[in-house]
Ligand binder design. Sequence first.
Ligand SMILES: [Zn+2]
Ligand SMILES: [Zn+2]
Length: 134
Amino acid sequence: MSKPDPRKQNGHRRRQTRARILARDTHCALCGQWIDKTLTTIPGQHGPKCTGQTPNHQPCPGCIPHPHRAEVDEDIPVSRGGSPHSLDNCALMHRQCNQWKSNQTLAEAQQQLTTQNTQHTTATPQQTTTRINW
Ligand SMILES: [Zn+2]
Ligand SMILES: [Zn+2]
């Protein structure tokens, strides 16, 4: 008996997990703020490689990912043994929060946030500058 391609299967599972998390969560697991799931890219802002057109030859509306768009984050990062398919291990997060969290666990990231907040009262992931290097 031949096994199905695990990578294809994982891609399917990943999309399924993503869809479920998107349907389940409404707020960011890290900063607790509501996430606007309609956000995709920043309108009118383009990366240096943009030709001004989408691959279907439509005018490009903007191609830099919106820092507040919804992304699915693994509480325990995959690089540290977390499952990208477990609904318990995944949560919705702002892109910016997700990038800030990086490969910390959610608990570690929250701990660091608390520490930062006691040091500088204004520091939250919302206010950190997102540097985009395309
Ligand atoms: Zn957030
Ligand atoms: Zn563009």
